[in-house]
Design a protein. Structure first.
Length: 112
């Protein structure tokens, strides 16, 4: 993520994203997948890929990371989040989304 795009997110983004996830019960709003809560124990034999697959993200419905109205934010599992970005409706590429995930940046943003 570029510094320019990071600047679009508020300083309290992590807290805001966590509150959205918590309000949605740590469940994907599209497919219903239950995801990992902070501090939750996960199986020790899980790979990083498995752990990332259960890490809830937050998406901006209008693809504008500066628009953080609650009604514009959705909690999505990585698979559903990626599907919105790969259908040609997102503002980043699938490669960028995967890269952010690998860096541990909670791209708790965006959707259609």
């Amino acid at each position: 993520m570029t510094r320019k795009s990071q600047a679009l997110y508020p300083e309290n983004w992590k807290e805001l994203a966590t509150s959205i996830k918590d309000a949605r019960g740590w469940k994907c709003q599209k497919c219903g997948k239950i995801c990992i809560k902070p501090g939750q124990k996960i199986p020790s034999d899980w790979s990083n890929s498995q752990r990332r697959a259960y890490t809830l993200q937050v998406h901006h419905w209008n693809r504008n990371p500066a628009d953080n109205r609650i009604s514009n934010l959705a909690a999505l599992c990585p698979g559903c989040h990626l599907s919105y970005h790969t259908r040609g409706k997102g503002n980043i590429s699938p490669g960028q989304l995967s890269f952010f995930d690998k860096l541990g940046f909670e791209f708790d943003s965006e959707i259609d």
